[in-house]
Design a protein. Structure first.
Lengths: 291, 291
DNA sequence: GTCAATATGTAATAAAGAATACAAATGATG
DNA sequence: CATCATTTGTATTCTTTATTACATATTGAC
């Protein structure tokens, strides 16, 4: 068990009798007792207020407020990720509100997806996506274009040759004209599969291009032509299917790609930031706050 | 184990807009944020100090010190709870693959979001969105436009007068020209908040329009001008923030709106289907739909 | 739209608490 | 046991923080 630095400082910092009293009191009720006031502590330790002040100053906190801040930070650390306890409490008794219900339902969907995941499929996709010789083209159906767009947006920051092919008014086929083995199509197709997409996939496959498919558990017919498929269980309260799991999948992909390409993508991101700054300076740029 | 009474009091005690802001801030950082000062809290929630005082008074703590004492007691209770250790032990065994890890991480994020959720905020938003007299305009930042778009897409099927306002090249302000009390702006703004959006929100507020904000726990400055705010905790493996929780939130909103409008939206959906069929049969660009 | 009721913010006030100066006590060393 | 250094306490000042009183804005009912 690792003790906190603050805890150690208190233990080791006490030299004289009065200070040891203070330290014991603090350690006995660690860390919550540190959250009270100087005078309360002084009284509990049967010493004077200045003694307490001097002690915390000696262990590295010139102002009592600093000391308290450190204590609070420690409390947060000990509580672990902020809401562990409350989370488990909420899980125990199902909440009544539709908002919470929906979120929890999706949480379960994610856990299911994780449980039945096929890492191999995932890896195949990532391997394709990090290959700089391959051009990535993304597209999706009426309601899944969004996903394609999002993945395109993020992937486009990590590597070159990423294109989003909007599925509007037959323009889609433009992307197919010069498709070849050097291309990888990432297709999102969920229930109410669109024939247009299937046609497209067939054409792509014929041209020798790779296909990665994101679909639901019922599996779009495109699966047949795909090199790798990621499926997501769909449990949803909404009249439209849920896109929470797909969103998480996308982020997982991005995370993996980002990891694997590390240096290159890092540098790329930096360059993009540079360019953006130039553009943003026309209007006043966004402030970038960390509290 | 039951959730702490204090936690529940905070969640349920908030009635007005300003009080809801305070409650959100408290719940987001529960319980440690309650250990800071009245003014700090007021600032974080973009309200005045007395509002904070009045709120804690309302939920049963006539003096702020009482409230803090309760919070500290809660911290002690949580730290003392053996469940904590068990839980962290269970959490220790992680799956090995980044894909599964990411999904599970997001599952946790959703649970956290559910735990600290403020159904009141949610309800306020839904109330606005089902009001047929109100025009809904949605917009978002560079990377959150997607979310706006998705919500627009789905909402647009359930009710009329829904518009997506793309944030491109200053065109955004077109949506602001004739904004008034009959308008509700739904804004998505996550870390690396964009000044442009903030300006926009200010303008919107001035015109008397309502504002619903989706943001992260750091809270976009727009929160100050918003009638309702939904926050999402951000834990993410990817170099970009995660949008899983926001996605789930959107779906929850859609589900709720759909429930509340029931008949009207059902009929509307049917009509849309009809029209789509007509359209799909015309172009020769491929038969579009396979059910 | 107008008015009453309720919320919210501003600014002044009161209280609590932290920091400081200085004096008293303690303890070590010759 | 005298002297210096160190520790501790008392009393005071200064800051921060909570609280209250009052003005303004917002909301909801008619």
């Amino acid at each position: 068990m690792s003790t906190s630095p603050l805890f150690e400082r208190i233990r080791k910092g006490a030299r004289s009798t009065a200070e040891r009293k203070v330290a014991s009191v603090l350690l006995e009720g660690y860390p919550t007792r540190a959250l009270s006031t100087v005078e309360a502590l002084a009284k509990q330790a049967s010493v004077s207020a200045p003694t307490v002040l001097r002690f915390v100053a000696k262990i590295g906190y010139p102002r009592f407020a600093d000391f308290q801040a450190a204590a609070i930070a420690d409390v947060e650390r000990q509580l672990g990720s902020p809401l562990n306890n409350i989370r488990s409490a909420v899980q125990a008794e199902k909440p009544d509100h539709i908002y919470q219900q929906t979120l929890l339902l999706q949480a379960e969907a994610l856990q299911t997806a994780a449980a039945q995941a096929m890492p191999v499929e995932f890896d195949v996709i990532v391997d394709l996506l990090i290959n700089p010789k391959i051009t990535i083209k993304l597209l999706g159906g009426r309601y899944s274009q969004n996903l394609a767009q999002r993945l395109a947006l993020q992937l486009g920051q990590l590597r070159p040759s990423v294109f989003f092919a909007p599925l509007t008014l037959g323009f889609t086929y433009d992307a197919l004209v010069d498709a070849g083995p050097q291309d990888c199509f990432v297709i999102f197709d969920y229930r109410r599969y669109q024939a247009e997409l299937l046609n497209f996939a067939r054409g792509a496959k014929r041209s020798g291009a790779r296909i990665c498919l994101f679909t639901d558990t019922w599996r779009s017919p495109i699966a047949e032509y795909s090199d790798a498929v990621l499926t997501s269980p769909d449990s949803s309260t909404s009249p439209f299917g849920s896109r929470v799991v797909p969103t998480a999948q996308i982020e997982a992909i991005v995370a993996a790609v980002s990891l694997r390409t590390h240096d290159r993508s890092r540098e790329r991101l930096a360059r993009i930031e540079e360019l953006r700054k130039l553009d943003d300076d026309a209007p006043s740029s966004g402030k970038d706050e960390a509290e």
